[in-house]
Each structure stands twice: as structure tokens, then as C-alpha cells.
Design a protein around this ligand. Structure first.
Ligand code: UDP
Length: 467
């Protein structure tokens, strides 16, 4: 196992995350772990959603030109943002700036600074990969969703050929026998987008970037996705000899706790004091991540579903959570109805919340970071997936890992109340809680010395140093 001098690093890596919370978090957690192993860290970033250098004193930061950020902020939907970002990096003027930023890191190596070994980038950033390859810099990709979703995204040719897609009302419940336990309704169907071609293009990006890389890093662990990881490892190796490193949960791979350091929003820590006053395992934590937006009707149903459940809850209501509304307002009479047992905040210290003994369940949109954080703390989930990889993750939570309940149909207060009761009440949720406990133990073992993620991380460091 290679170990280098932390105080005088001889080698360094550059990292470029997609500028959204769910992608910045795992990339900076990976950076932290590599830094602990003696590698110099340079984070390339857009000025849009820029990380705060003050929270990472050991890293260097290089902002890419403002024009890239303009592209990201002015484009509305998420998929269009990623495609626009790639197009921007490939456009001649900006490609030159991106090239300059990387070239200056290469030059520094010649001036006695740490040797730049590689660029680690988000798997959707094909444009930046092309710039790096043009300069002879090896790239590795970071896949921020599960191995199951990575595999699903690489299977779209098959899904169309075999007629699973485009999804039709009559085949929504059909099992996808090549990708168990997924059903057609769990697949992200590009035909629902304004342009199917654009959706497919995005899906292909991740495969293309992985195939052209020197290694694929996945934020998952062996005991959680053994079968899916074997399939991904075999495919990538057989395809172009690309090795895979499963080193998750990334928020626990560095010894320094990354809680809060990668956040873009201000955390409301008053919720921890509030949790301290609640009974063990009694509180439902509710958060739909950093990007999902719900309609006003859905928001009202969520609020009254929580009120009607009679259970204590901590609910993250981001100011931009509700579509078409500047700042989400709670329904009239809601605060009175939940007085003493409900707390609403704008942004939580989520990892700390999930680790709190008062938490008994997590109602989540099934974002991959939230799911892994919940698994690590052994917190059973109520999954309400919205889009993309969240759909498949929700299915895995209920059918493969059996540590939660999937709430699939439109959000409606009666169904919400029933699902919360199933998850939180002693008898109904017993099996789910047992499964959550067992997965928690496995998650903890995999990051300890000799564990599968720890071993893969050691292999990754050796691999980087060999580039
Ligand atoms: N998060 C947080 N506080 C909140 C809500 C979310 O710190 O109030 C963090 C959460 O811990 C996770 C990330 O934001 O690391 C959300 O990522 P995820 O992949 O779950 O969802 P996304 O936001 O990408 O949809």
C-alpha cells in the first residue's frame, strides 16, 4: 500500500465536480480522503455553487471562467444544465481557459510542485475529459449514484431493443428480468423529456466518460451491491480495461469527519437541541434533497400527511422547494395542528441528524447521498423518488435491501399517513428495522481496516500514484 509524505506531497490530483450539492459532497469527501493519504489536492470549480475554500484549508481551488457559470444559472432544467456545461467547456474560447487551468497545473509539476497524476471528474463531464486527454492528463470518473443505477444507465440500448422502453401504461409493472428487482416503472424514461434524444445523450455521457477513463470510482460498497458491482466491474474491464473502485460510503472514508464542510447552504443547528428533547427512535426526518421541487398541491398533502400521522417530525423545507413560489409557506392551521411535535427548518446538518438517537425514520426523495447516509446510520426509509436514478434506488430500498417503504403514487395525505405508520410503528416496521440494523453493521465494517471499501481505496491510491 503506497503512502506518501503528507507534509511534502510529491504527487497531486485535480478534481472537478458537477456543481450541485449531491455531486460536490462526494467529490470533496473523496478529495479529503486522498489528501489524508498525502496527495496534493486542487479543486476546479464553476463560480456557480462554488465551494468555500475557507472550509478546506489544505486544498487549492481554481475557478473556471464566469461564462461557464452563466450557462449553468441561465438554463432551467437539470439535464439541460449538464449538457450546457459540457458544451460550454468544449466551446473554443472556454476550452482554452479550461485547458490553461489544467496546463498551469502541469507546468507547476515541472517547477518542483507536486506532480499532477490525474483529473478526477464527475462522470457526466465529458467535455472536460476531452480537454484533459488533449493535454495527456489521465482521467478517472466519480460515479455519484449506485452501481445498480450506473448499470441501468449503461443498458438503454437493451431496454429499447427488448421493448421495455418507451414505457407504456400496460407494462409499467413488468419486471425488467435483466436488471432485477427493477420494474419498468422504475426506469428513467427519456421519452418523457421534451427531447428524448437529449435524455439519451445525457445517459450516454456517463458510459462514454467511464469507457474513456483510467478508472471508475463508485460511491457504494460491496456488501450492499455485490451482484451489481460484479457486473459493472466485469463490463468496464472487458470493454476497455477500466478498473472499478467501490469506496463508499464516501462520507466515511476519510478519518476527518466531513459533516458540514461541503455544504452550500447555512445549516439550522437548532434542530439538534430540539432532537435532544425527543424520545429515542420517535422522530421522522423529512427532506427531499437539494434539487427536487414539488407542486403546491403536493406540498399541502405532505404537510397534512405529517400532521395526520400524529408522529413527531423534523421537516426540511428549502425556500425553493415549491414550484412557482419564491418562498414556501406552510398551510394555514398547520403549525397549530403540529405544535410541540413538529419542527420545520430550511436546511439541516443532515448527517448529524441521521446519527441522532431520536431519529426513527427518514422520508427521502431517494437521492443517492441521502440513501447512503441513512444506510450508514441504520435509519429505515420512506422513499418518494421523483426522477432519474431516484426511481431505481427507491425500488432497491423496498425490494432488495428491505429497509424501507416505497411511496410511489401521487402524494396524498391518507397514503402518506399509512406509510408513516407502517415505517414508524413497533410491529409493522420491525422487520425493516432489523434489516436496517444489519446493513448499518455491514456499512461500518466496509470502511474499517481490511473492509472492502478500505481495500478498494488503497488500490485506488496505488493506481493514482502509478499514473
Ligand atoms: N443535505 C443536507 N441538509 C439538508 C438536505 C440535504 O446536508 O437539509 C445534504 C445531504 O446530506 C446529502 C445532499 O445534501 O449529502 C443531498 O444529496 P442527495 O444525493 O441525497 O440528493 P440531491 O440533492 O442530489 O437530489
Amino acid at each position: 500500500m503506497a503512502r506518501v509524505d503528507r507534509h511534502r506531497p510529491a504527487a497531486g490530483v485535480a478534481l472537478f465536480p458537477l456543481p450541485f450539492q449531491g455531486h460536490i459532497n462526494p467529490m470533496l469527501q473523496l478529495a479529503g480522503a486522498l489528501h489524508e493519504r498525502g496527495l496534493a489536492i486542487t479543486v476546479l470549480h464553476t463560480t456557480f455553487n462554488a465551494p468555500d475554500p475557507a472550509r478546506h484549508p489544505g486544498f487549492s481551488f481554481v475557478a473556471l471562467p464566469d461564462a461557464i457559470s452563466d450557462v449553468v444559472t441561465t438554463t432551467k432544467d437539470g439535464i439541460a444544465k449538464i449538457l450546457a456545461l459540457n458544451a460550454a467547456v468544449e466551446a473554443p474560447a472556454l476550452a482554452e481557459c479550461a485547458r490553461d487551468a489544467l496546463a498551469s497545473l502541469l507546468n507547476k509539476s515541472e517547477e518542483g510542485e507536486p506532480r499532477l497524476t490525474c483529473l478526477i471528474l464527475d462522470c457526466t463531464l465529458t467535455g472536460m475529459q476531452k480537454v484533459a486527454v488533449g493535454l495527456g492528463i489521465p482521467t478517472l470518473i466519480l460515479q455519484t449514484c449506485s452501481a445498480a443505477c450506473f448499470r441501468m444507465f449503461r443498458s438503454y440500448d437493451m431496454l429499447y431493443e427488448k421493448g421495455y422502453l418507451p414505457a407504456e401504461e400496460s407494462n409499467l409493472l413488468l419486471p425488467v428480468k435483466e436488471l432485477p428487482p427493477l420494474q419498468v416503472r422504475d426506469l428513467f424514461d427519456p421519452s418523457i423529456l421534451p427531447s428524448k434524444e437529449i435524455g439519451l445523450k445525457l445517459l450516454n455521457l456517463a458510459s462514454e466518460t467511464a469507457a474513456n477513463s483510467c478508472g471508475a470510482i463508485i460511491n457504494t460498497f460491496q456488501a450492499l451491491e455485490s451482484h451489481e458491482l460484479t457486473a459493472v466491474r466485469d463490463e468496464l474491464l472487458a470493454d476497455k480495461g477500466v478498473p472499478t473502485f467501490a469506496i463508499g460510503p464516501l462520507h466515511k472514508i476519510a478519518s476527518i469527519d466531513s459533516v458540514g464542510t461541503t455544504r452550500l447552504c447555512n445549516q439550522d443547528r437548532s434542530c439538534i437541541e430540539w432532537l435532544d428533547m425527543q424520545d429515542p427512535g420517535s422522530v421522522l426526518y423529512v427532506s427531499f434533497g437539494s434539487v427536487v421541487r414539488i407542486t403546491e398541491d403536493e406540498f399541502t398533502e405532505v404537510a397534512w400527511g405529517l400532521a395526520d400521522s400524529g408522529k413527531p417530525f423534523l421537516w426540511v423545507v428549502r425556500h425553493d422547494l415549491v414550484l412557482g413560489v419564491e418562498k414556501a409557506e406552510l398551510p394555514l392551521g398547520f403549525e397549530c395542528a403540529v405544535e410541540g411535535r413538529g419542527k420545520v427548518i430550511e436546511w439541516a446538518p443532515q448527517q448529524e441528524v441521521l446519527a441522532h438517537s431520536a431519529i426513527g425514520g427518514f422520508w427521502t426523495h431517494s437521492g443517492w447521498n441521502s440513501t447512503l447516509e441513512s444506510i450508514y446510520e441504520g435509519v429505515p426509509m420512506l422513499s418518494s423518488p421523483y426522477v432519474g436514478d431516484q426511481l431505481a434506488t427507491g425500488r432497491y430500498v423496498e425490494d432488495a435491501w428491505k429497509m424501507g417503504v416505497l411511496l410511489e403514487s401521487l402524494l396524498e395525505r391518507g397514503k402518506i399517513k399509512k406509510a408513516i405508520t407502517t415505517l414508524m410503528e413497533a410491529n409493522d416496521g420491525l422487520e425493516i428495522r432489523e434489516r436496517a440494523k444489519s446493513l448499518k453493521e455491514k456499512a461500518r465494517l466496509c470502511v474499517q481496516s481490511g473492509g472492502s471499501s478500505r481495500r478498494d481505496f488503497d488500490r485506488l491510491v496505488d493506481h493514482i500514484l502509478s499514473l
